[in-house]
Design a protein around this ligand. Structure first.
Ligand SMILES: [Cu+2]
Length: 112
């Protein structure tokens, strides 16, 4: 299992041209979140996302001529996961399974 994942990872990475690497905080809880976050962010030969379930930090490798970190984070927000740059809609978040409904970052600062 571990070896299989490693192979997929190293293959995809090897095929990304003009690779740029970055990292981003993505909010999520569990292994299922990890699968969905990575599935949303990965594009063959274009981008590779590896999300750390414990830290919530995603390592992002991408072909800078074809996509950007923002594009990737947008795709991840689209399936329900907030990052520091993009927020999932309330409706998308509410559709996540209970175990995946992470504590959302508080971004709206209210002026009292
Ligand atoms: Cu989850």
């Amino acid at each position: 299992m571990t070896i299989a994942i490693w192979c997929i990872f190293s293959n995809a990475k090897a095929q990304i041209k003009n690779p740029e690497t970055d990292s981003a905080k993505i909010y999520g809880n569990c292994r299922m979140c990890k699968t969905k976050i990575e599935k949303a962010g990965n594009q063959k030969n274009i981008s590779q996302v590896v999300w750390n379930e414990e830290t919530g930090i995603a390592a992002i490798t991408f072909d800078a001529t074809k996509t950007s970190k923002d594009d990737i984070l947008k795709k991840i927000a689209f399936v329900g996961y907030d990052s520091d740059s993009f927020k999932a809609t309330e409706a998308t978040y509410n559709k996540l399974p209970g175990c995946c409904q992470y504590d959302r970052p508080k971004t709206i600062k209210k002026n009292n």
